[in-house]
Design a protein around this ligand. Structure first.
Ligand code: PEP
Ligand code: MG
Length: 572
């Protein structure tokens, strides 16, 4: 039995599909004499494929993000042509009769080390490019397996060291019944995706990949964050019973679909859904949500060689907003960067990516990308009820830059005679402590605020949301976080503005009563969580929620908060 972090609830029992990704230690395999030629050919082919890909990316980067970034890809092509790499790998395959993946890894490490030892700072910096290049060739070599993500055998449990959000979204929902991952925290984007897709998942397992073999049977207990490898018959039977119980409980909540989210004393809360891709819309209908509170648009930009055109975005955004009428869609502008990369963005290779060129910062630095997205949104908004949400705002000046950009884009459309929504509502995500402290200034300049607790917690407690080593410190109930949330709601309301929450904290019934008590207008979450949150709301009174929130906020330490909540639970 292995213990990790419960990331997405539910039980799954199935065979392991070991997802080998680029950070894996590739096993050494001895070759028979007649395999050597074929192996060298494989390597040459992989180099050619990556080179072609790099040239294409360089061209498209030049057109979209300018010369500076496109040069990086040219540098990659030079690395691919370098005899130290090419000859080094081929020599090792031929001489030592080993598989090319192993030879590649050894050679790349050797070159990397020699770069690291030089005095020149610039060359040392470039050593990362060598590693990236190695990964790209490796990806091309084991491409069959990676592309196979879309053709995974039915009903498997994907076990991986790490899984990027783009890998996760590429997996077919009907094929993958569970995830077990070495890395990650509860609010990593991969965990959020598993949750949105309704797939049980345990993350932060640290070494599950070393403890299972392909085709082992495993049980994923996404409720408790446990994995059982090769369980006996009795354990399987017990878990099958548990799984049925879980599914029955989910079904029971179906009854709430058409009821409103109202407390016992008549206070109504808006409940809406978070989506990543339009395929989630049927789940939204089933959940009984009142619209979309967060549409994460970055997923349209992943797993592809070319960025989506304005037309493609326009089509997708229109489809989403039409399908959700009469309700509204809060569409968030791109939050790329950090762990969510579009093709070509690997070139950023930042040391501290969550504090780097992410979200709005990235968009303002790449006006062409921002412009085409805003045009698509403004045009699509004609067909529905759409509002724009800006992520990662840290200061009012940043917001003003974005607003200026929006006005300019509207002017452009007007001049071109293209229909668009003139008076579109604009909101900001409050997910950085500096934005909390200045929320009253921000609120005056927008129509609404939406609290992003996933980032707010990581930035205020200095706890990386995707790092399993500090996952225990990631505490939504910490006094500081609760005070920040309260502060945002008060400042927003004082300016007469609507305040919602779209971070994962909104989807956990443990927190519902406090959040309602603090006065939030809306909670937005993955559709799958919505019925149980509605159930919680319908069982509490607003006045008792307010009392609880006041009491918790006046606590002096963590143990006191836990005690207050325990007592409240016993009472209700
Ligand atoms: C958040 O940070 O809480 C949020 C909703 O945005 P994301 O998880 O996409 O960063
Ligand atoms: Mg965020």
């Amino acid at each position: 039995m292995l213990k990790g972090i419960a990331a997405s609830s539910g039980i799954a029992i199935g065979k392991v599909f070991l997802f080998e990704e680029e950070e894996f230690i590739i096993a050494r395999r001895d070759l028979a004499e007649n395999e050597i030629k074929k192996e060298v050919m494989r390597f040459r082919k992989a180099i050619a494929v990556v080179k072609e890909d790099m040239k294409r990316t360089s061209k498209s980067a030049y057109e979209k993000i300018g010369k500076k970034h496109s040069r990086l890809f040219d540098a990659y092509v030079m690395i691919l042509d370098d005899p130290m790499l090419k000859n080094g790998v081929i020599k090792m395959v031929v001489k030592e009769k080993v598989n090319v993946e192993h030879a590649l890894q050894v050679t790349i490490n050797r070159i990397f080390q020699s770069f690291m030892e030089v005095k020149d700072e610039y060359l040392r910096e470039r050593s990362r490019d060598i590693i990236d290049m190695g990964k790209k060739i490796l990806k091309s070599l084991i491409g069959m397996e990676r592309n196979g993500l879309k053709e995974i055998p039915a009903e498997v449990i994907v076990v991986a060291h790490n899984l990027s959000p783009s890998d996760t979204i590429a997996m077919r929902k009907d094929k993958v019944i569970g995830f077990a991952i070495d890395m990650g925290g509860k609010t990593s984007h991969t965990a959020i995706l598993a949750h949105s897709l309704g797939i049980p998942a345990v993350v932060g397992l640290k070494n599950i990949t070393y403890n299972v073999r392909p085709d082992d049977t495993v049980i994923i207990d996404g409720n408790q964050g446990i994995i059982i490898v090769n369980p006996d018959e009795i354990t399987i039977k017990n878990y099958e019973r548990e799984k049925k119980k879980h599914l029955d409980a989910v079904k029971e909540l179906d009854k709430l679909r058409d009821l409103s989210a109202v407390t016992t004393d008549g206070h109504t809360i808006e409940l809406s859904a978070n989506i990543e891709v339009p395929e989630e819309i049927p789940m939204i209908y089933e959940s009984g949500s009142a619209g979309i509170g967060l549409y994460r648009t970055e997923y349209l930009f992943m797993n592809r060689n070319e960025l989506p055109t304005e037309e493609e975005q326009y089509r997708q955004y229109s489809e989403v907003s039409k399908s959700i009428l009469p309700y509204s869609v809060i569409i968030r502008t791109l939050d790329l960067g950090a762990d969510r990369m579009a093709d070509g963005m690997e070139a950023l290779a930042e040391r501290n990516p969550f504090m780097g060129l992410r979200a709005l910062r990235y968009c303002l630095k790449h006006p062409e990308i921002f412009r085409s997205q805003l045009r698509a949104i403004l045009r699509a908004a004609v067909h529905g009820n759409m509002k724009i949400l800006l992520p990662m705002i840290s200061a009012v000046e940043e917001l003003r830059n974005a607003k200026e950009f929006l006005v300019k884009t509207q002017e452009e459309l007007r001049k071109e005679g293209i229909p668009f929504k003139e008076d579109i509502e604009l909101g900001v995500m409050i997910e950085i402590p500096s934005a909390v402290l200045t929320a009253e200034i921000l609120a005056k300049e927008v129509d609404f605020l939406s609290i992003g607790t996933n980032d707010l917690i990581q930035y205020s407690l200095a706890v990386d949301r995707v790092n399993e080593n500090v996952a225990e410190l990631y505490n939504p109930l910490s006094l500081a976080v609760l005070r920040l949330i309260k502060m945002i709601i008060e400042k927003g309301h004082k300016s007469g503005k609507w305040v919602g929450m779209c971070g994962e904290m909104a989807s956990d019934p443990e927190f519902t009563k406090i959040l309602i008590g603090m006065g939030l207008d809306e909670l937005s979450m993955s559709a799958i969580s919505l019925p149980k949150i509605k159930d919680s709301i319908r069982s509490i009174s607003f006045s008792s929620a307010q009392e609880l929130a006041d009491e918790v906020l006046s606590a002096k330490e963590q143990s006191e908060i836990i005690k207050i909540l325990k007592r409240d639970k016993l009472r209700s």
